[in-house]
Design a protein around this ligand. Structure first.
Ligand code: ATP
Length: 594
């Protein structure tokens, strides 16, 4: 039992004891009511008669005693000088208890006052204790002195875009005054999202240490409390602390635990309690002054489940994806985690990076650590490839089957051609389209891989723009069909087809961009009682078919570039803008991947 528990037990025992003693004293005091009241004259008569066995002498107006037949009596106290002697002469036992009367009255009073005092103390102390408990819990929130645990951006590899975004904030935190002079506002909240173990916590820590400010870390579940209002008050405590320090980084990991979309039942807490906690967070975030140099970072694996209120302007309005590392990222991470390890010359980190597809940073760190432990257990001087291979198996054992590290080369090839198809169509049909990244590493946005296409910024979209976007969306499926054959097309294109269908229906049904259907707006038609004409669907399907065929032509005309892109994707897993540009425009002499 802890000290608090012991104290509580002691207090409870004391109060019970007090109550019992009080009750006993009160009962015995009022027991007097059973006494037979007799007059003083009668008493003297009884005394002379030898009928009184004992009396109790006290300094009070009444005198009590017992008759020989055991009857208790009470009579007036004469308080005469030789009264005692006289009684003794009557052979009566005299019990002297001079102050009994006073004590009798005072004891219950003391006990009662004591008990009441104790109750008041307990109630008061209880609430103080609850306050203290809340404070203690808030104290549990790690305040990491970022200076003592220096993590720099150099300790994080493979997330260049995320790192760049956060590096910008370092200066904001260091010198908010500089920005406020220009009327610039410090972003309040940054949401880091991506698969587990990709370095979100590490990035947040690095931001704090590079800005040389304290780092307050908490987890969403710290705020999910059984007691009503405790979650909200912990949030307030956390912010109070941070505000006291001034410039700082607050990090809330697993924010989904408290910020789940409100419509769904939150299994962890009553939704009312959840709302209260979430509202407290939102209020605190809008509460601090704009250029105080406090920034709140949150992390989640599931940005899609978050309450939208969290992502609105003034809250976590900057969202940064932290994805799984590609082959170069993995190599860099492996290098970071072998810095202080004695590696044997036969260790080929590049090969290891190639073999660890879909490994997160945390898993790679685990792999190197496990290897070091095996080497240490064997008392070998250096960590060899053999140790690493053993560790590799250990790391994978117990992994779920669906673990993507086991992805087959065939699946990798399908994804590579699919993504290359999107990228190539984008580049070939319109040179104004920028393709900034293609990857076969899954992103939170899609299952297979992704191709990031930035269309030129325009207020109005032309029919040509929409058609281009439809063709880019169809590029993945078209490439699959060309390379693997009609019977081997996959389910990977489902979200592309959804997008293409949405675009084509909007083009012909909302924007009046089809000669055949004319200018009629089908949304209006759908909202009236007129029976829905199926011609929209028929026409949409016709148009999709037409553009699908055109997309295939674009790919077939540039087939060597498709192979080149896919080939490099299989090797490097992700390509940046220059690499894509080079592969798409260069003279290629590469044939289909084997
Ligand atoms: P979770 O979503 O599970 O909270 P996370 O994304 O916050 O995970 P971290 O806790 O930052 O991941 O990473 C765990 C450990 O994995 C780090 O301490 C570090 O050793 C290693 N690690 C993860 N990503 C990287 C990276 N990009 N570079 C170097 N090390 C990394």
């Amino acid at each position: 039992m802890n000290i608090e528990g012991k104290k509580k037990l002691l207090l409870i025992s004391t109060i019970i004891l007090l109550l019992v003693v009080t009750a006993y004293t009160i009962v015995s005091y009022y027991k007097g009511e059973d006494y037979k009241e007799i007059s003083y004259a009668t008493f003297i008569e009884y005394a002379k008669d030898g009928q009184v066995s004992e009396i109790e002498l006290k300094d009070s107006p009444k005198l009590t005693g017992k008759l020989s037949n055991k009857t208790a009596f009470v009579t007036d106290n004469p308080r005469a000088e030789n009264f005692k002697e006289q009684m003794l002469l009557y052979d009566i036992k005299v019990i002297e208890s001079e102050n009994m009367g006073l004590i009798d009255r005072i004891i219950p009073l003391i006990l009662m006052v004591g008990s009441i005092g104790m109750v008041v103390y307990l109630v008061k102390n209880g609430s103080k204790q609850a306050e203290r408990e809340m404070e203690n819990m808030a104290n549990n929130i790690d305040v990491v002195n970022s200076m003592s645990q220096k993590v720099t951006f150099n300790d994080i590899a493979g997330n260049e875009e995320a790192k760049e975004s956060l590096k910008e904030l370092v200066d904001f935190i260091r010198e908010p005054e500089k920005y406020s002079r220009y009327g610039a506002r410090l972003p309040r909240g940054v949401m880091l999202y991506g698969p587990p173990g990709t370095g979100k916590t590490l990035l947040a820590k690095a931001l704090a240490s590079e800005a040389a400010v304290p780092f307050y870390a908490a987890t969403g579940s710290d705020f999910v409390q059984v007691y009503a209002g405790l979650g909200a008050s912990r949030i307030r405590e956390l912010f109070k602390k941070a505000k006291k320090t001034g410039k700082s980084v607050i990090f809330i990991d697993e924010i989904d635990a408290l910020g789940k979309a409100r419509k769904g039942a939150n299994s962890n807490m009553g939704s009312e309690e959840g709302d209260r906690t979430l509202n407290a967070l939102l209020t605190e975030m809008s509460g601090f002054k704009e250029n105080e140099g406090i920034i709140v970072l949150a992390a989640t694996n599931r940005i899609d489940t978050l309450d939208e209120a969290l992502l609105r302007p003034g809250r976590f309005d900057r969202q940064i994806e932290v994805g799984l590392p590609d082959i170069n990222g993995r190599l860099a991470i492996l290098k970071i985690h072998s810095r202080n390890k004695p590696l044997s010359k036969d260790v080929d980190l590049e090969k290891l990076a190639r073999e660890t597809v879909y490994f997160s940073g945390a898993k790679l760190e685990n792999l190197m650590n496990e290897s070091a432990m095996i080497a240490a257990r064997n008392k070998d001087k250096l960590i060899t490839m053999e140790h690493i291979e053993k560790a590799f198996l250990n790391v994978l054992v117990g992994e779920e089957k669906k673990d993507r590290s086991f992805i087959s080369l065939r699946d990798k090839k399908i994804t590579a051609y699919h993504e290359a198809g999107h990228a190539l169509v984008a580049k070939k049909i319109s040179p104004n389209n920028r393709v900034t990244r293609v990857s076969i590493i899954p992103s939170t946005r899609g299952m297979g891989g992704f191709s990031l296409n930035i269309p030129p910024d325009r207020i109005y979209k032309s029919k040509k723009d929409i058609i281009e976007n439809i063709m880019i969306a169809l590029g993945g499926r078209a490439a699959e069909e060309i390379i693997f054959g009609k019977d081997n097309i996959t389910t990977g294109a489902s979200s592309d087809l959804k997008k293409a269908t949405e675009m084509v229906l909007a083009m012909i049904g909302s924007y009046g961009m089809d000669d055949e259907l004319g200018l009629i707006n089908y949304e209006v038609v759908a909202n009236t009682n007129l029976s829905m004409d199926t011609s929209l669907i028929k026409r949409g399907e016709e148009i999709l078919r037409h553009f699908y065929s055109q997309t295939k032509t674009v790919l077939l005309d540039n087939i060597e570039h498709l192979h080149a892109l896919a080939n490099q994707l299989i090797r490097k897993e992700s390509l940046n803008e220059e690499e894509i540009e080079e592969l798409v425009n260069g003279i290629q002499n590469i044939t289909k991947c084997s």
